[in-house]
Design a protein. Structure first.
Length: 64
């Protein structure tokens, strides 16, 4: 939920925003996020869906 709120820039004010930021500031969450960005595995059907149904505007993942 915290990563979705970050991605879509929602729940950024008040108690909900503070809660999301508290989660994102946790060491374990930062480590998880960085590990996900460093992941090189690609799921071919999912990658095909990106091109078929959407538009990739930025890709912060590492390449293999």
């Amino acid at each position: 939920m915290a990563f979705r709120a970050q991605t879509y820039n929602i729940l950024t004010e008040g108690a909900a925003g503070r809660y999301v930021q508290t989660l994102l500031d946790l060491t374990a969450m930062r480590e998880w996020y960085n590990a996900a960005l460093a992941e090189t595995f690609r799921d071919p059907p999912h990658e095909a869906d990106i091109e078929k149904y959407g538009k990739l505007t930025a890709d912060f993942r590492l390449t293999a």
